[in-house]
Design a protein around this ligand. Sequence first.
Ligand SMILES: NC(=O)c1ccc[n+]([C@@H]2O[C@H](COP(=O)([O-])OP(=O)(O)OC[C@H]3O[C@@H](n4cnc5c(N)ncnc54)[C@H](O)[C@@H]3O)[C@@H](O)[C@H]2O)c1
Length: 334
Amino acid sequence: MAKIFISGVAGFLGSHLADRMIENGHSVIGNDTLEGGYKDNVNPKVDFHKVDCNDFEAMLKLTKGVDIVYHTAAFAYEGLSVFSPNIVSKNVYQNTVSLLSAAIQNRVKRFVYCSSMARYGKNRVPFTEDLEPRPQDPYGIAKVAGEMQVKLLCDIHGVEWVIAVPHNIIGPRQKYDDPFRNVASIMINMMLQGRQPIIYGDGEQKRCFSFVQDCVDVLEKMAFDEKAKSQIVNIGPDEEFVTINELAKTIAGLLKFELKPEYYPDRPQEVKLATCSADKARKLFGYTTKYTLKQGLQEMIDHIKKRGAKKFTYHIPLEIINEKTPKTWSEKKF
Ligand SMILES: NC(=O)c1ccc[n+]([C@@H]2O[C@H](COP(=O)([O-])OP(=O)(O)OC[C@H]3O[C@@H](n4cnc5c(N)ncnc54)[C@H](O)[C@@H]3O)[C@@H](O)[C@H]2O)c1
């Protein structure tokens, strides 16, 4: 059995991944600053450390004797990154270099890096892995720079690497009191408080949501499968597209909520149509989806109801406040 290190283990994806690894008999050690996750997401069997990936000495200690590193820790704030580029870059790019350097020094076998579909930016859709990255916001730029470091340093020093490209993952344990991201969780939290959801633009932007357990199936293979070595692979479905308006309607239907969304101007750099092809994941790993959007949303609703709806907290500072900054953030509308 392997010893697995998961950064961001209190986060949404990291905590589900830890559960799966433990279920399969591996030992899991992990870290998180708890800025984007919840402590009670962490499986009690995880050797948990509340420490920042930017703390190189700590990373050096924690990755000793580790076989596989999953790097999920990040400030996953694409829209906000246009207004808080400094803090987002530090916690997407710089934290990657810190953990990567420590992992290489400790001669881990494989480094699995969580990138993002933000790497594709304004490319044609559906996004396929062979496209030249064209990120168009600081979050996407930081993710691509992280990928480049992972490939370069791992190749030089003989560590296997895999780049996972998840997109629009939903499911229980996602932060839902965060005004800056996670549209489905935000909508559920607002409607449970009897409040109308906020939609940017006309709401006709299209997305394809993936349920977290479906993603974990692929991520698991990325640690152990020979075929995953030196591959960049999209993770998420390419079948069930919805507009943000339709998403709001579906959630309202499940909650029996009378819907009259509040519309705000588009956020800068928001892509109208962002979809990834899942062909490569299907071919390499036999990827299939087991959850429909409705099933996924129902599980999230049950989870948030159990934890209780929460007031939103503006826990990340806005670095740039001007006429382009969404009023939902500068005037704390959530
Ligand atoms: N969820 C998605 O739809 C999605 C889509 C594309 C990419 N991703 C990527 O997948 C990864 C996991 O995303 P998620 O949805 O689970 O996000 P998440 O915010 O739920 O989890 C990330 C965790 O990392 C922690 N963290 C952030 N910076 C840290 C640091 N410097 N040191 C230690 N811990 C730190 C946060 O506190 C949080 O708990 C991220 O890298 C994200 O960019 C996610």
